[in-house]
Design a protein around this ligand. Structure first.
Ligand code: B12
Length: 454
């Protein structure tokens, strides 16, 4: 069959980090790998912004169109599914991806035939087989079909680990970047997370325990990645010291030189300092660390394993080893003016090379949403606003306008005053830094608008 796999374009109304992070649609590449032997597959990445969806329908004449989705993509996916059905009612439409996993009901609508909550070799093979034979699709594990009134088998599951076919996005790859690293590929070496921080979705999506893929297979993937930069998307790539040593052994024996960026927890940084030194020699450039808060009781409430003192210790280790720290913080809706001031002081003390500040987001369907349900600012189906960048919980100690003023002030402080411009230019070059600065200004302008709107 001819199958078109589509990543929807950016939503103009949603606040995204698009200027800083724009990477390959790994999920669609996994599907392409699964289906390419028996079917004609094409990936259309509308996020690249140079493609025309309707022209692609006319030229490729797909029999199936599958859309991937994140939280802010619901309306975009529905719009594209509507266009597909308007073009040809017989084209079968599928929705999948993170948002379909977390809230499949969001896609239960006239123009979407099947919503794939989780993907396994088995359920995809069955689904496509029924579709190819033109037979009625029965109720399959992990799949909700409109023709079956969205009934389910009730079997819970998670996405199976699949090796992506990176050639399926060849024409787009030069655009894919991660912060200043461009071109940059994504790689997943392990799934799940045993930390269970209560604001985080990732262990809910991937499972509550780390499941490592065999390193030999990971090294084979790395050998096939043409890009010089690789972002490892595991929740905590540093979680197993022995595995990291073995990873270094394999990089060295295969003579692989790449720049790596990864997520790493504070506990792992402290525990595996020696191994990190070796990883640095093998190309680890930057580590994204979730410090989250300056308040001990908040770290406890978030179920973070690390303490404030450990955060500071980890920051010092990264500095000593010359690994750039990209710090992530959560802005709590209960902070007052003094808290914001203390927070800025804390960021200065930690001294990360780059910081990202995310308002605590209580996504519909999560325990956090129930906890804050009286204070949620926008409705569950106002999808463009569930971007993890907009304030979704009504601040307790100040007006929304004033809260945005503090968010803006903190962003300006960490991005324009604390971030080290010399490090940035040395690391990424002037052109990239200019792109990032313009991106920051755009981002800050949106916050300014939100502040004025209140
Ligand atoms: C890499 C990444 C990105 C990349 C690329 C994402 C993409 N798919 O296009 C970039 C940098 C672009 C990105 C951007 C954003 N991201 Co992001 N990102 C991730 C990250 C770290 C990994 C995602 C990934 O590649 N997983 C591995 C692949 C293989 O999994 P997958 O995509 O789910 O695919 C599997 C199945 O779902 C299935 N599948 C996928 N698509 C389809 C389609 C069909 C038809 C079918 C049948 C199956 C199927 O196939 C795969 C089989 O294993 C996750 C964290 C995480 N661990 O999930 C956050 C995450 C997905 N991002 C998140 C967010 C919030 C964002 C932003 C909104 C942030 C922002 N404000 O800018 C933006 C949105 C971009 C936009 N639409 O404009 C949230 C999503 C929350 C949600 N409910 O959706 C996550 C979970 C992180 C978090 N905060 O907890 N992101």
């Amino acid at each position: 069959m001819r199958i078109l796999l589509v990543r929807p374009p950016r939503r103009k109304k949603a606040i995204t980090l698009g200027e800083f992070m724009f990477s390959e649609p790994l999920g669609l590449e996994c599907l392409a790998a699964l289906l390419k032997d028996k079917h004609e597959i094409k990936i259309l990445d509308l996020m690249v912004g140079k493609e025309d969806f309707c022209r692609e329908l006319r030229d490729f004449r797909p029999q199936i169109v599958g859309f991937t989705s994140l939280c802010i993509d619901v309306l975009g996916v529905k719009e594209l599914a509507g266009k597909t059905k308007a073009f040809d009612q017989d084209i079968i439409t599928l929705a999948g991806g993170t948002q379909a996993y977390l809230t499949p009901e969001n896609f239960f609508c006239r123009d979407i035939d099947h919503v794939v909550q989780y993907t396994t070799r088995e359920n995809i093979a069955s689904l496509i087989d029924y579709l190819e034979k033109g037979k009625q699709v029965p109720i399959l594990d992990g799949i909700y079909s409109r023709a079956n009134d969205y009934q389910s088998t009730g079997k819970q599951g998670i996405n199976e680990y699949l090796i992506p076919d990176r050639r399926s996005t060849l024409k787009y790859r030069r655009y894919y970047s991660y912060f200043g690293y461009r071109p940059c590929a994504l790689l997943q070496t392990s799934r799940g997370c045993s930390s269970h921080c209560n604001f985080c979705l990732r262990w809910r999506i991937e499972g509550g325990q780390e499941q490592d893929e065999p390193l030999e297979s990971i090294i084979n993937q790395i050998k096939e990645i043409a890009e010089p930069n690789i972002m490892i998307i595991d929740n905590n790539f540093l979680h197993n010291g022995e595995r990291l040593e073995r990873f270094c052994d394999l990089l060295e024996s295969n003579n692989i030189r790449k720049n790596f960026i990864c997520y790493g927890s504070v506990e792992s940084i402290i525990r595996y300092e020696e191994t990190l030194k070796r990883l640095r020699k093998n190309g680890l450039q930057a580590c994204i660390v979730g410090y989250e808060s300056f308040k001990a009781e908040e770290l406890k409430r978030y179920n973070k394993k690390a303490t404030i003192e450990e955060n500071i210790k980890a920051a010092k280790i990264l500095k000593k080893l010359g690994i750039a720290c990209w710090a992530a913080f959560i802005l709590n809706p209960d902070w007052d003016k003094e808290d914001f001031k203390q927070f800025r002081r804390y960021v200065k003390e930690l001294g990360p090379e780059i910081s990202s500040l995310t308002p605590l987001t209580a996504l519909p369907g999560t325990a956090l949403f129930n906890k804050y349900k009286e204070r949620i600012i926008f409705s569950a189906d106002d999808f463009d606003r569930w971007s993890f960048s907009e304030v979704s919980i009504k601040p307790d100690k100040m007006s929304l306008s004033y809260y945005y003023f503090e968010v803006l002030k903190s962003n300006l402080y960490v991005n324009l005053i604390l971030n080290d411009p010399i490090f940035m230019v040395k690391q990424f070059g002037f052109g990239t830094v200019l792109r990032l600065v313009l991106g920051s200004l755009k981002f800050l302008a949106v916050y300014l608008k939100l502040m004025l709107k209140g």
